[in-house]
Write a protein that binds this ligand. Sequence first.
Ligand code: SF4
Ligand code: SF4
Length: 310
Amino acid sequence: MADNAKPKVGFYSFSGCEGDLLTIIHCEDELLDIFAAVDVRSFRLASSDVHNDEPLDIAFVEGSITTNHHAALIKGIRERSALVVALGACASFGGPQSARLGYDDWEKRFKKIYGDAKLTVARAFESQPIDEFIKVDCYIPGCPIDKHQFFFALTRLIKGMPVEFPSFPVCAECKWNENECLLLKGELCLGPVTAGGCNSRCPNYNLPCVGCWGPTKEANVASEINLLKERNFSETDIVNKLRLFGGAAMVRRFADLLGIEPQGPLKKVRSKKEDKHKPIVTAEVKKVAVPKGTKTKPKTKVNAKTGKKR
Ligand code: SF4
Ligand code: SF4
């Protein structure tokens, strides 16, 4: 980008409800400032004047990848963009459409809905977050995203500054807002394992958090499961709730908890070295319901003193 040129940005949408792009387009008070700060080359909801073959400084992408056509498009966006930003839960974790990612036979589920219909336009597969296909530089969480977090990220990215979002959980904001804890009232709240940043939007209205900001990096999922089980919630209810917005992120956490070796059918472009918090989704995670009591072959551990495998 030339020194005096405005950064070129594009906004793209895959499988999802377009709630993130709608959140941006609904920022009437700030929209002119956005268009003044950056050169928007593609934003289908805002303008039919799209340029989908140009190099970009930043590509903002919402939605999950569901077909081979999507996969080709997202790879093309990556190739011509200096930075790629995942917008919202679907792009970041797969979204609700990935709630059963790798859990059971996707083709059976697909057939239940579509029968033997042959899709001729594109080959569909189980919905996955965009980082299963490309490297992602920044994640803006939420379902949908929060406009203040979007402005924060946009402002810093166009100035070449790093973007960091809260690492504390929703519970911290909930306490600051002096809410009465819903867990203590017998509700299944995911606040303890969900990334903060929404200002505890749901508990503020007496509604339990369903985890739409995705898990915090340090989320102690095992502890949350045990805590909820102690409150007599069934494993099925707990895991279904964790998977609802957790998608791939939760599958990865379960794999971490079980110490499963990375392998499996899902295409992967990241190495474990790149992001220790995001191990690759594995075939064996198909068997995972909850971390405890699952019959899955653990990693071989080495005794630190003797060096022997155990
Ligand atoms: S209501 Fe939920 S978010 Fe608030 S403190 Fe309790 S568990 Fe945490
Ligand atoms: S409280 Fe939880 S479910 Fe509600 S907006 Fe925040 S992260 Fe999403």
